[in-house]
Design a protein around this ligand. Structure first.
Ligand SMILES: NC(=O)C1=CN([C@@H]2O[C@H](COP(=O)(O)OP(=O)(O)OC[C@H]3O[C@@H](n4cnc5c(N)ncnc54)[C@H](O)[C@@H]3O)[C@@H](O)[C@H]2O)C=CC1
Ligand SMILES: [Mg+2]
Ligand SMILES: [Mg+2]
Ligand SMILES: [Mg+2]
Ligand SMILES: [Zn+2]
Length: 496
């Protein structure tokens, strides 16, 4: 993580001031949006709120514990509010070494996992600025720990591509058809459109957003998808509402008033009936590897939307009686239309979106210095990855790991440890990533499933990560959990 040190103590957000050539552009844009924002506001109360946030951040930044405490006792919402560059009071207090303020904010329930626009949490900031006692406190506090339960592990929890939750799913609203239709007609609501499960994307960077990523989901408004929504072939899924931390300056307090997102899928190409204003916009064909080119927030949204839409496209008839079905619960249920069908009595998993659990494992040699990787015929030449396989009915994760490794490579596994997981929306798997320690080392490849499997040394793996194609083998893309597991094993920071 890169943070350049500057002189300012008000906000580390200003620390790149002397070196950043785009600063002037950003300042102008910020001023423009700020003025536009003020002009758009209708109530004096809103301005007062904005000022209050500014004052709160200032007090936190200066270490004014008395005022910080008074302000949060009046409005706990201030705890997670942020100012320029996404800096919260906690980050500012951590930046300037105000331990008492950090403590008070955390004790009052402030979210220590929020990151600013450079991706730094309060912990990262405290560590960088040398406030070790604050960093230690931030690392250890806040999580509820129970005997035998591991504390939340920031490095493995939600660390994989497709796993970031940008939206609050608000499942309780799925049965509230009045609320759902009000949201569908709201001018603020975001619609994302799929055609045969391919999302509509644009290469145009949105103003004020991160411009590093090449592809963005095209965010349609209600009027642009009107015709598509009226089409009987269109499937609509309610995805959720934007989380508070996605729009930190939002003045709306209740989550159900936040911006809602819906996904649409059509069989017929809807391009003509969509109102598209940006050039360079298209349906993203070839899910692999194209779906790996989205930014992390949007990858999470696609993981959810594409899996549910894929379920609709594959399960249009009732699996119990073969009859017609209708879409219910905001797209999260299909109910049979045949009177007396067994699926209408009680609860049946056939009515809900399916997820296929898959184990994926990095097999470690008993000497601790080699790992087992394999390749299928269909892989690009030279690429090796972790072994993987579908969990079968009535099987535990550990037993599935042992069975798949034995089937595919002939290697026997002892201990198995869960590391991390990844939704894989092609169409709807959950990859469960584990380390598996081998107790035998002879390899006997099952040629029906894989073409080759080999032990690679730690050095060969590091070379593959660092040198790419000049190494003895090549790694899967960084977005795949296999890549994550390998890096995790050799202890290389995932930002490498
Ligand atoms: N994200 C990542 O890093 C990686 C993801 N994967 C994914 O893991 C998944 C499973 O890996 P495989 O080695 O193919 O599994 P596998 O070793 O269990 O073999 C696949 C075979 O299992 C059978 N099968 C059993 N249940 C199935 C189900 N629910 N859906 C489809 N086929 C089923 C089929 O005959 C299929 O040909 C694949 O979808 C693959 O895309 C695989 C490697 C890396
Ligand atoms: Mg297998
Ligand atoms: Mg397999
Ligand atoms: Mg299998
Ligand atoms: Zn039925």
């Amino acid at each position: 993580m890169k943070i350049s040190k500057g002189k300012s103590t008000r906000a580390g957000a200003q620390t790149t001031r002397n070196t950043d050539p785009l600063r002037l552009v950003r300042v102008l844009l910020t001023t423009y949006y700020h003025l536009k924002y003020l002009r758009d506001m209708t109530s004096v109360q809103m301005i007062a709120k904005d000022e209050m946030v500014e004052r709160f951040l200032d007090c936190a930044s200066r270490g004014d514990l008395a005022n910080v405490s008074t302000m949060i006792s009046h409005s706990s919402q201030l705890l997670n509010e942020s100012g320029r560059q996404g800096w919260t009071g906690l980050m500012l207090a951590a930046r300037n070494g105000h331990f008492d303020v950090v403590k008070a904010l955390l004790l009052n329930g402030c979210n220590k996992y929020l990151a600013n626009k450079s991706g730094q949490t309060a912990y990262d900031i405290a560590k960088f600025w040398g406030h070790r006692h604050i960093a230690r406190f931030l690392a250890s506090s806040g999580d509820v720990t129970l005997p035998g339960i591991q504390p939340r592990n920031k490095s493995t929890d939600n660390a994989t591509y497709f796993s970031k939750e940008y939206l609050n799913r608000m499942s309780e609203k799925r049965t509230d058809s009045e609320w759902l239709s009000a949201k569908q007609s709201s001018p603020e609501t975001v619609f994302i459109v799929f055609h045969n499960l391919d999302p509509f994307v644009t290469t145009e960077p949105e103003v004020m957003n991160d411009i590093q990523n090449k592809l963005k989901l095209y965010r349609f408004g209600r009027d642009s998808v009107k015709e598509v929504l009226e089409n009987s072939d269109t499937v609509v899924v309610f995805l959720g509402v934007e989380k508070q931390e996605c729009s930190p300056s939002s003045l709306v307090s209740k989550e159900d008033e936040h911006i809602a997102w819906f996904a649409l899928n059509t069989k017929k190409n809807p391009t003509e009936s969509l109102k598209i204003t940006a050039s360079n916009s298209f349906f993203l064909t070839k899910p692999m590897p194209m779906l790996l080119m989205l930014n992390e927030d949007e990858a999470g949204i696609v993981a959810q939307a594409r899996s549910v839409l894929a379920w609709h496209s594959r399960y249009s008839f009732c699996p119990t009686c073969g009859g017609k079905t209708k879409v219910d619960e905001g797209g999260y249920k299909r109910s049979c239309l045949t009177d007396g069908c067994r699926s209408l009595q009680g609860i049946h998993n056939t009515c809900y979106p399916r997820v296929d659990p898959v184990v994926i494992m990095l097999v470690l040699h008993p000497d601790g210095n080699q790992c087992l990787l394999g390749r299928k015929k269909s892989f690009p030449p030279g690429m090796f990855t972790c072994l993987a396989g579908f969990i079968e009915p009535g099987e535990t994760i550990e037993n599935a790991v042992r069975r798949e490794v034995l089937e595919e490579s002939g290697v026997t596994i002892g201990p198995v440890q869960y590391i991390s997981c990844q939704p894989w929306p092609m169409p709807s798997s959950l990859m469960i990533g584990c380390f598996a320690v081998a107790v035998s080392t002879d390899i006997k490849v099952d040629e029906n499933e894989i073409e080759d499997a080999r032990w690679f040394t730690r050095q060969e793996v590091i070379d593959a990560l660092v040198k790419g194609h000049q190494a003895v083998f090549s790694m899967p893309p960084r977005q795949a959990i296999a890549h994550y597991l390998v890096k995790h094993w050799i202890g290389i920071n995932s930002n490498l």
